[in-house]
Design a protein around this ligand. Structure first.
Ligand code: C2E
Ligand code: CA
Ligand code: CA
Length: 731
């Protein structure tokens, strides 16, 4: 039988030829052999009319020719033939393995010929003359015997056929099939078992099943492999881990060499004995390799509880573990600490260097934090740039503080991203069981309050949760709410800070800056609430309001007959990621009939680097519309000139930081000078912001920067004040 793999079962079964269709011969055929023609004729007439097909032969040679030509059922043979002896014919029949029943009809009286005939397999020996009855009886018996033999032969062929089919089905089954005797030793294994387990059939037959079962599963295996029950009560779909042979040789890891097999087994019993009893004689097992499915399930479970990026436990697993750790701590009466670690400045690196570098940074951070873990500690990724640690078994707060100190220290070292050094720092909020809280959710919440407190204070380091912080976090929630309400209640207002040409003091443009007329705190400048809005996802709401407000103000300005100036708006870093920014601006300008050339957008360098291709597309569209683009806070970001070159930029704004350095007209302030020459080199407009003193203004003018913005000239003002100023200027 061909040893096919299980999946070529069709082919394998196709190889088994069906048994020949054997039907009992309806008309038995006779060969009558006698050299005496009269005897032949009388034999013929004796048998005629009984439905026999008869052929006559008058010599040995003629008889041999007939025997080779076609099959006969019965030969009636005379011993004395003219050309040969009848026994020669019998030898001929035997030599040629001709299947025929021979009845000898002989006139010879010597016993030798009778013995010779019987030795050669004659069915009957009748001495002439014999009564016809006797011959007919003999013939009838011979035919009956032949029919019986034929039936047996057919049964044997069918048996062989069905045995072949079943064996083929069993061997080519996708399942492992085997039987065990009552001692648990293999008595049969199919070929599939060999493929899956790596043992040959000979290696398994007679061996105890325990050699293939993983040791941890031996106790459970006992029930499956010694199963005596049958039908519904037998073992079904029991999963056990087995160890294959070839897998060991290949030195695979423990995990890989393990197979998960699903078992169905039942007892085998002898058929009923005379007292109606069945005897158990072994177990029949059908098993399926479900390793792949099991691994897939494990992977799914793993992914549900882990962060794919860092391979750390995720928030769900962290909370479950924390829950268990608390139970343990309660039982053993020890303390534990929960730390929430927020990465300060991660967002800047992510925005500046792009998300893939950001991801890499998170992986490196995870690795470093892991190395800081104390024994039994658990590190998890808790959110975007937030990690969480369980510090089990601490004696006092100082131990947690020490550990936090170590974490801060190791986060201070620069991270290498493609050869570029990135610096971030951490803020750690700590809550301690049982003094701060006694359940998992509460401890995490309190640690979060401590982190938020640090963010509010703008500090790095660690902070233990403290009751007084509750107020701060409530404050935050209230702040968020009141900022949302500010939009609804019209508490926001756009202010405009004029930009002037130094020599003529003429106003050539204005920067739109947001203000909040806070009902209690008075007028708040953008720096006091926009960073909060940015951190808490309120920027889209505010930007939308701002665009509308600026366009409305500009429209009033135009209607009031002011000389046309360019008004710049600030675009928050995330806004360029929103695909509808361009459409938004275009629509607003159209609605208020504002010429695009009177409109400018200020972007920071960092926007350009995060998703340069997309930023370029967006800015190009704005630029094509006639809107100009300015780079704000130039020199403070991470951008390289190579990048800037690809952007449709019209203006560079020298950041206040570099203007503030200018202390006298005669000094030397290289950064400002460098920026001036970059703008010249790239053929861009230049404007200095934050100009507060005459000396700064004069130095900038002397260095080649004509346009300026700052308190020295004008503070940001309401739109009506700007209109008044512009009108005065025109007069
Ligand atoms: P910025 O774009 O660098 O704006 C300049 C900031 O410097 C403004 O602060 C302005 O009031 C202030 N400033 C102007 N002249 C002087 C000066 O001579 N000395 C000093 N010390 N400061 C001066 P403000 O209004 O608080 O805005 C802070 C930042 O908030 C802005 O920085 C800008 O990035 C952002 N911002 C303001 N308004 C908006 C807005 O409507 N949308 C967006 N997305 N961002 C805005
Ligand atoms: Ca600006
Ligand atoms: Ca600026």
């Amino acid at each position: 039988m061909p040893s096919n793999s299980h999946n070529s079962m069709d082919f394998a079964l196709g190889c088994i030829s069906l048994p020949p269709q054997c039907s009992a011969t309806p008309n038995p055929s006779f060969l009558l052999i006698d050299d005496d023609i009269r005897t032949l004729e009388s034999l013929h007439s004796l048998l005629e009319g009984r439905g026999f097909n008869m052929t006559l032969a008058t010599s040995g040679a003629e008889a041999q020719t007939h025997l080779l030509e076609k099959p006969y059922d019965i030969v009636l043979l005379d011993l004395n033939l003219g050309d040969m002896h009848g026994l020669d014919i019998m030898d001929f029949i035997n030599e040629h393995q001709i299947d025929v029943t021979t009845i000898v009809l002989s006139g010879e009286t010597n016993i030798e010929s009778a013995i010779g005939a019987l030795q050669r397999g004659a069915y009957g020996y009748l001495r002439k003359p014999y009564p016809s009855e006797q011959l007919l009886n003999k013939i009838e018996n011979a035919l009956e015997k032949r029919a019986l033999e034929e039936r047996n032969r057919q049964i044997a062929v069918r048996l062989e056929y069905s045995e072949k089919i079943y064996r083929n089905l069993v061997d080519n089954s996708p399942d492992i099939i085997y039987t065990l005797n009552r001692d648990g030793c293999f008595t049969f294994v199919n070929e599939r078992a060999q493929q899956v387990l790596g043992y040959t059939q000979d290696e398994l037959l007679g061996k105890h099943y325990s050699i293939i079962v993983h040791e941890d599963d031996q106790p459970r295996a006992q029930y499956v492999f010694n199963e005596r029950r049958t039908s519904n009560r037998a073992s079904r779909n029991v999963e056990l881990r087995l160890r294959g042979k070839h897998l060991d040789d290949e030195e695979l890891t423990f995990d890989q060499s393990m197979m998960t097999i699903s078992f169905n087994s039942m007892g085998m019993y002898t058929s009923e004995d005379e007292r109606g009893r069945h005897e158990y004689h072994g177990t029949y097992v059908v098993a399926r390799d479900v390793t792949e499915r099991k691994r897939a399930e494990e992977l799914i479970t793993y992914q549900a509880y882990h962060d794919i990026l860092t391979d750390l436990p995720n928030r769900i697993l962290f909370n479950e573990q924390l829950h268990l750790s608390i139970i343990q701590a309660r039982r053993t009466q020890i303390k534990l600490a929960v730390m929430l670690i927020n990465l300060h400045r991660f967002k800047i690196v992510n925005d500046t260097l792009g998300h893939s570098k950001g991801d890499e940074l998170l992986r490196q951070v995870a690795k470093r934090l892991k190395s800081c873990l104390c024994e039994g500690g658990l590190l998890a990724r808790h959110g975007g740039d937030e990690f969480a640690i369980i510090v089990p078994c601490i004696k006092n707060r100082q131990e947690a503080a020490t550990q936090a100190g170590e974490i801060l220290k190791c986060m201070k070292k620069p991270f290498l991203l493609d050869g570029q050094e990135a610096f971030i720092s951490a803020r750690i909020g700590i809550a301690v069981y049982p003094s701060d809280g006694d359940d998992a959710t509460e401890l995490v919440r309190l640690a979060d309050i401590a982190v938020t407190q640090m963010k509010l204070e703008g500090k790095d380091g660690y902070l233990f949760y403290d009751l007084s912080m509750q107020n701060a976090s409530q404050e935050k929630a209230e702040k968020e709410k009141s900022l949302r309400l500010a939009v609804e209640n019209n508490e926001l207002e756009m202010y405009y800070q004029p930009q002037v040409e130094f020599t003529t003091r003429k106003i050539i443009g204005a920067e739109a800056l947001m203000r909040w007329n806070h009902p209690v705190r008075g007028l708040l400048s953008a720096g006091l609430f926009l960073p909060f809005a940015e951190e808490n996802g309120l920027m889209p709401l505010l930007s939308e309001w701002m665009l509308e407000a600026v366009c409305k103000d500009m429209s009033t300005m135009i209607k009031a007959g002011c000389p046309p100036i360019r008004v710049a708006i600030n675009i928050s870093p995330n806004a360029l990621d929103h695909s509808d920014l361009f459409e938004h601006i275009q629509e607003s300008l159209e609605n208020y009939a504002i010429p695009p050339k009177q409109f400018e957008v200020e972007i920071t360098e960092n926007i350009c680097i995060r998703n340069p291709q997309y930023a370029i597309e967006q800015l190009n569209k704005l630029s094509q519309l006639g809107i100009s683009v300015a780079i704000d806070d130039f020199g403070t970001g991470y951008s390289s000139l190579a990048y800037l070159h690809r952007f449709p930029i019209n203006t560079i704004k020298i950041d206040q930081m570099f203007v503030r350095e200018i202390q006298s007209v005669d000094g030397h302030f290289p950064v400002a000078l460098a920026i001036v020459s970059i703008a010249r080199g790239l053929g861009l407009n230049l404007i200095a912001e934050g100009v507060e003193t005459d000396a700064q203004a004069c130095y900038l003018k002397k260095s080649g920067c004509e346009s300026m913005q700052g308190y020295h000239f004008h503070k940001p003002m309401p739109s009506q004040s700007l209109i008044d100023l512009l009108k005065k200027q025109a007069a």
